[in-house]
Structures are given as structure tokens and as C-alpha cells.
Design a protein around this ligand. Structure first.
Ligand SMILES: [Fe+2]
Ligand SMILES: [Fe+2]
Length: 363
């Protein structure tokens, strides 16, 4: 029987199998003002987000030998120790506990990852040769937010379902306002734990439908999963500026249990209602982030430096601040608004989503 430690190693390395097929990207400076930030042009197509010609990029991949292990032992994350690093350490000790092959620990208790399956973690580097700091996303998943998007655009409810969707969202906002009031940092963090659910549920259900019906999805599975991942990155970012208290963690636990199931059922019964609700939720998110910006401008919330994870994910200048982060997150929410209202409209027009090409890489 495979031990628990070996199982964890297997899970970890399997997660790295994708990038091994996309080695040797073209490289060069992306933007001198961004210093350490890079995008991957050659591999950008993976996410439907090809780098612009001006964005010269560099991602190096050395998949084998001892290099992967070296990455695991030397992940540098700037000022912060992030979960990635802890996970890598956990994998190391898990490997040591359960692997069939032995690895030396140098007497310090940090075991090397045992590559029993012949798959090593990739080494992704920046242009200057320094290691990419994040395992949770790679350079080819980063992008510059489109801040020109219309933030004022709203969907006018017409049908009964539209009005029901809007009423649902407005009703949900009332307890949210009451609970968080003007603590926008905490509010953003908590709401992102909910916002990342619909894309995953919708993507999962479309995935199952594609399997059941032996038909293509039109790219909508990937588009919705991209949205879920993007929302989760919002959460990973706001976690750096606002730490959840124990009762907030408990609240997320309870809300997720209810919301996941409620959205799951709604999507099965009426995808057009589900997407409309998310469209209106995103309109509310834009409003919340606008209020967040007002508080930052008034000085009631300190405009601290942007977290390192945000600078890398949105390819922001190194001297960016929390205000810049809120701006790009708000732009993301506007894109989610468009995608979900568009998806609902497709259903309203009597089509299935697969009939309209999905807006992949729409940020
Ligand atoms: Fe979000
Ligand atoms: Fe969103």
C-alpha cells in the first residue's frame, strides 16, 4: 500500500506534468519599469493570453536531475514566507516519511523530494536568472489588467428571472454591509472566498455535461475555471493585507457550505439565472471596490505597499500600492460581470453556451 507521504509526493509531481511539455520559451526583457516581472510569450497560448509583441519574456524550464530539488530548497519569496514554501517543505518531509527511495537530509530535517515517478518539479526563472517565486501561478498566467473597461455598465433587469437575480444579490448585500460596514480590506477578503465558487461549480457542471453528451464545450469550461482561479488569486492577494480571525474562518466554512450547494442547484435548474446572479454580484463587487478606493483616498485605510504576489500576478511596477491592487481587482470584476451577463444572454437567446466561443483569457 502506498504510504501517505508517497501519495503526497505523487500528487505534487503530477501537478507539474503540464509545463514539462512547454520548455524552452523565447526570452527577453518585458518592461524595464517592471524590473523583475516577466511574461511568457511562447507559452502564453496555454491560457489564451498571448503576450504582446512588446512583451519580451523569459521562462526557463529545467525539468530533471537535481535542479527541481534545488528549487524546492531555495524558494525565495521576498519579504514574506508564503504557503507555497510551506507546502514544498511538507512535501519534502512527506517524501522522507513514506517514499521507497531514501534521500539525505543533511542532518537538518529537510528531506529532498523523492522522484520515484521520474517527474521533477519545474524550475521557472525570471530573465535575470533568479527563480520564479510562486508555485501557485506561473509567468504565463500573469497579465496586465485592462483598466479601460467600462465600470458603469449595468444590466437592466427585464424578465422575472432577471429581477429575481437582482433581488437575490441586493438581499445578500444587506447582511454583508451590516457585518463588515466599512472594513473593506476584510470585506474584500471574505467576499472573494464566495466569488471563487461560481466559476468552479459552473465549470464542473459543464465538464460533466460535456462528458455525458459526448460534445464540445465551446471553451466555456476553461473560461469559467479561469474565472474561479482569478477570483482565488484575489483572495490570495487580500490575505496578505488582511488576516482572517477565527470566527471569520468559521463564517467562510458555513457560507461556503450553503453557497456551493445553492449555486450548484441553481445552475442545474437554470444556468441563465445562475449566470445572471453572478453578473449582478460582480456589479456589486465593482461598487464595493469603488468604496474601498474612496476610503484609501480619504486615508481611513492605509495605502500600504502592494503584496509581492499581486505585483507578479498583475505585472505591476515594484512600487505599486494597495490602491493599485484594488484598481486591477476591480477591473477583473468588471470582466467577470461581462462574461456572466453574456453567458446568461446566450441562454436567454435560446442557445447553449457551447454555441458561442468562450471569452478565454478575457481579463
Ligand atoms: Fe474577485
Ligand atoms: Fe469577480
Amino acid at each position: 500500500m502506498m504510504s501517505r507521504g508517497a501519495t503526497r509526493v505523487a500528487r505534487s509531481v503530477i501537478g507539474h506534468m503540464g509545463p514539462r511539455y512547454f520548455s524552452g520559451a523565447a526570452m527577453g526583457p518585458h518592461d524595464t519599469s517592471l524590473g523583475k516581472l516577466f511574461a511568457c510569450g511562447a507559452t502564453g497560448f496555454l491560457h489564451g493570453n498571448p503576450a504582446k509583441p512588446s512583451e519580451n519574456v523569459m521562462v526557463a524550464w529545467f525539468g530533471y536531475g537535481g535542479i527541481g530539488s534545488r528549487q524546492a530548497s531555495t524558494l525565495a519569496l521576498g519579504d514574506k514566507k508564503v504557503e507555497d514554501e510551506e507546502e514544498v517543505k511538507a512535501v519534502k518531509s512527506g517524501a522522507a516519511g513514506g517514499a521507497t527511495a531514501a534521500a539525505g537530509d543533511g542532518g537538518n530535517g529537510n528531506k529532498e523530494v523523492v522522484s520515484y515517478w521520474g517527474v521533477e518539479p519545474p524550475k521557472v526563472t525570471k530573465e535575470d536568472g533568479s527563480e520564479w517565486s510562486w508555485n501557485c501561478f506561473r509567468p504565463w498566467e500573469t497579465y496586465k489588467a485592462d483598466l479601460t473597461i467600462d465600470l458603469e455598465k449595468k444590466h437592466v433587469p427585464v424578465t422575472f428571472l432577471d429581477k429575481f437575480a437582482l433581488w437575490t444579490v441586493k438581499t445578500l448585500r444587506w447582511p454583508t454591509d451590516l457585518f463588515f460596514q466599512r472594513r473593506y480590506g476584510c470585506r474584500a477578503m471574505m467576499l472573494e472566498t464566495v466569488a471563487a465558487v461560481p466559476g468552479m461549480v459552473g465549470g464542473m457542471l459543464l465538464h460533466c455535461k460535456s462528458l455525458r453528451r459526448f460534445e464540445h464545450s465551446g471553451g466555456w469550461i476553461k473560461a469559467l475555471l479561469e474565472e474561479a482561479e482569478n477570483e482565488r488569486m484575489h483572495l490570495m492577494t487580500f490575505m496578505e493585507v488582511s488576516k482572517p480571525r477565527w470566527y471569520e474562518r468559521a463564517l467562510v466554512f458555513a457560507v461556503q457550505g450553503v453557497f456551493f450547494n445553492a449555486y450548484f442547484l441553481t445552475y442545474i435548474l437554470s444556468p441563465k439565472l445562475a449566470h445572471r446572479i453572478v453578473g449582478y454580484l460582480e456589479e456589486e463587487a465593482i461598487h464595493s471596490y469603488t468604496e474601498f478606493l474612496k476610503e484609501l483616498d480619504k486615508g481611513t485605510i492605509e495605502n500600504v505597499p502592494a503584496p509581492a504576489i499581486a505585483i507578479d500576478y498583475w505585472r505591476m511596477p515594484p512600487d505599486s500600492t494597495l490602491r493599485d491592487v484594488v484598481m486591477v481587482v476591480r477591473a477583473d470584476e468588471a470582466h467577470h460581470r461581462d462574461v456572466n451577463h453574456f453567458a446568461s444572454d446566450i441562454h436567454y437567446q435560446g442557445h447553449e453556451l457551447r454555441k458561442a466561443p468562450a471569452p478565454l483569457g478575457y481579463h
